[in-house]
Design a protein around this ligand. Structure first.
Ligand code: FES
Length: 652
């Protein structure tokens, strides 16, 4: 009689196996994606499968009720203790008895797809670099004088076929105690780098099911934003951010480089400041997520080149002058302790995405990972809006990248009433083109300012200022309402027909909110604010336009606005302002914090770390600082929306 046929779904993989073969073994032999931490001991429950019975004409089999072995004592014990979902079996315990169809549920797959809250973001296939393995280690023997570590390595090789393992001194400090406490059975967290030996991160006595955690950190010049992720599910437990404390040394990147040039040791001060902030942020996230920070075993950083160097403790001076040489542009993988990141696990690993060029950093690489323009048929412009804008343009054929110094105006800095996007900040604005009267919405309230209940909704915070997306809308609405001329000059009360345009020194300001009705501050848009936004938007447009020149195109198929606040920018207002090139509005979409999402992909999926290195090597870099055309584009983009670009789609 021939051996029974085993068919796995959804993979469709099939093969014949002798009666008595555990389903986990059959899965392994066929290369089916079925998880296991305990290696078949019936402890971890990662190997759960769902057998199907009945006729399966599609597969050409009939599965009888006795096609799998009956529950054994291990399964029964597991079910009594922790409960198995009805219809499920443990793949390591159930054995083949006849032809059978086995479904591997998504939760039992090693490379499971992380469920996304944000439908617009690229899916993540969970396969983190750090994984857990349960092993039984031979006890020491007088006749075989090998060390505990050597026997642990041998056990990993015998049980899991892992044969190139290293450990550092911190792990050796714990190893002997863990082995003896676990009576020679331990759970090992192994970190798998892109190449070279795997590294022991920790050893726990007996079975340790985790969870293990990781941080995805977008280290920006102005803000540091981080997600705390569960590495066993890929879920974001919590997110938090704080101001980059380096701001006190200079608001933008070049002023920080200048600080180092003028103050010997300034780089060390800034390195210490940012590392302390990351430790603080780690503790905040752990408290928010109600976890032990010592279970954070991985951290991925994305950042611009200056932040990259300062995080690593490398003098950034070379990045302030042509040819903008990076100390290294390759991916970096190192112990967190090398960066004084002491709040997390003592053997945690840090992964830093590759930089694209001296002015185009690992944050742009993360955007490329998240938005994947290199896999698109459409010519896609991705603009990650921040203090420094990262801009990518490309499709399957070719991808170009540059960065553009937009300054902090888009983040609410350098704006008279500007503030970070936080409750109380005005974020949405409309100005009636006839009456010139504004209405607005603040963060933390769903109501517009002309709603009778608006005051009580905002009572806890008051109206405190205007954030980046708010100032963009304010300027665009002022232009559409005729309060601004194309050069960006605010008109007088006589010219505009509204008393909201007040004299402010030698220029005029527009009173957006007079404060009196709700006992708040007066919030105006000043001529200085308009100029700051003009400079920022001109830099952004000029960068995009430069890439279009290099690509030899006049239009793009799609525009993606990304960045911590890029997601909140209204495409219409961005185009009225001339921040981005002309395009049909339905072709302009938001991608949220693409750099942060790219960091999360790299945190949760090991293969993506390898892929992004190849992608970055293929990206062509364009250096805005030395391209004469950039200045020309910048000057022409100062007008609102533009001096020479007719923006035909916008006007139609
Ligand atoms: Fe761990 Fe089956 S492999 S319970």
């Amino acid at each position: 009689m021939s051996d029974p046929l085993v068919i796995f779904t959804p993979s469709g993989k099939r093969g014949t196996f002798p009666v008595g073969t555990p389903i986990l073994t059959a899965a392994r032999q066929l290369g089916v994606d079925l998880d296991s931490v305990c290696g078949g001991r019936g402890i971890c429950s990662k190997c759960q499968i769902t057998p199907s019975f009945g006729d399966f004409p599609k597969h050409g089999v009939t599965v009888h009720q006795d096609a799998l072995s009956e529950w054994n004592s291990v399964e029964q014990r597991y079910d009594d203790k922790r409960g198995l979902i009805e219809g499920r079996r443990l793949g390591c315990q159930a054995t083949v008895q006849g032809d059978i169809v086995i479904d591997v549920p998504a939760t039992s797959q090693v490379h499971k797809q992380v469920v996304r809250k944000e439908a617009s973001t690229r899916p993540i296939i969970l396969d983190p670099a750090t994984r857990l393995y349960l092993v039984s280690v031979d006890e020491p023997d007088m006749h075989e004088p090998t060390g505990d570590l050597e026997r642990l390595k041998r056990a990993l090789e015998n049980k899991w076929n892992i044969n190139d393992v290293e450990s550092d001194l911190k792990v050796l400090h714990q190893l002997q105690k863990s082995l003896r406490k676990g009576e020679w059975t331990v759970t090992v967290a192994l970190h798998r780098p892109d190449h070279g030996p795997q590294r022991v991160i920790d050893v726990w006595p007996g079975f340790f099911e985790g969870p293990l955690y990781g941080l995805a950190i977008d280290l920006g010049s102005t803000t540091i934003a981080a997600h705390l992720c569960d590495l066993t599910t890929g879920d974001v437990l919590t997110s938090a951010g704080l101001m980059n404390p380096q701001i006190r040394f200079g608001e933008d990147l070049m002023s920080r480089v200048s600080y180092v040039m003028m103050n010997p040791g300034g780089d060390v001060e800034m390195t210490n400041a940012v590392r302390a902030a990351i430790n603080e942020l780690t503790e905040t996230l752990a408290t928010q997520g109600d976890i032990d920070p010592k279970h954070i075993v991985e951290t991925v950083f994305v950042c611009n080149p200056v932040m990259h160097h300062l995080l690593l403790g490398i003098d950034p001076v070379e990045l302030g002058q042509a040819p903008f040489a990076l100390a290294t542009s390759e991916v970096l993988e190192l112990p967190a302790s090398d960066l004084d990141l002491t709040a997390m696990h003592q053997s945690a690993r840090v992964f830093i995405l590759p930089c694209i060029a001296g002015h185009v950093g690992a944050d742009a690489a993360a955007v490329a990972l998240s938005e994947a323009p290199d896999q698109s048929d459409e010519l896609t412009l991705v603009v990650d809006v921040g203090t420094n804008a990262e801009i990518l343009l490309g499709n399957k054929e070719k991808v170009l990248a540059c960065s553009s110094p937009t300054g902090p105006a888009f983040e609410g800095a350098q704006i008279s009433s500007g503030q970070r996007a936080a409750p109380g900040a005005i974020e949405r604005i409309e100005i009636n083109p006839v009456t010139k009267e504004p209405r607005f919405r603040v963060i933390g309230s769903d109501l517009w300012s002309d709603d009778p209940d608006f005051t009580s909704e905002t009572a806890s915070t008051g109206i405190t200022g205007i954030c980046g997306s708010g100032i963009i809308e304010a300027v665009a609405e002022m232009r559409m309402a005729g309060l601004l001329d194309p050069s960006g000059l605010i008109g007088s009360a006589e010219q505009t027909g509204t008393d909201r345009c007040i004299v402010d020194g030698r220029t005029h300001s527009y009173v957006l909110y007079d404060g009196s009705a709700h006992d708040g501050p007066v919030i105006t848009v000043t001529q200085g604010d308009i100029r700051a936004i003009q400079l920022a938007k001109s830099a952004l447009y000029a960068g995009a336009r430069l890439l279009m020149d290099q690509m030899g195109v006049e239009t793009v198929d799609r525009i993606t606005l990304a960045g911590a606040f890029g997601a909140h920018i209204s495409p219409k207002h961005a185009m009225v302002l001339g921040m981005i090139p002309d395009a049909a509005l339905d072709k302009v979409t938001s991608a949220g914090n693409a750099a942060g999402h790219g960091a999360r992909i790299a945190l949760c999926n090991r293969q993506s770390r390898i892929d992004i290195s190849k992608t970055v090597r293929a990206i062509e870099k364009v250096e805005t600082a030395i391209e004469p055309k950039f200045q020309e584009h910048f000057v022409n983009a100062n007008a609102i929306p533009h001096k020479t670009d007719p923006f035909p789609t916008l006007r139609s």
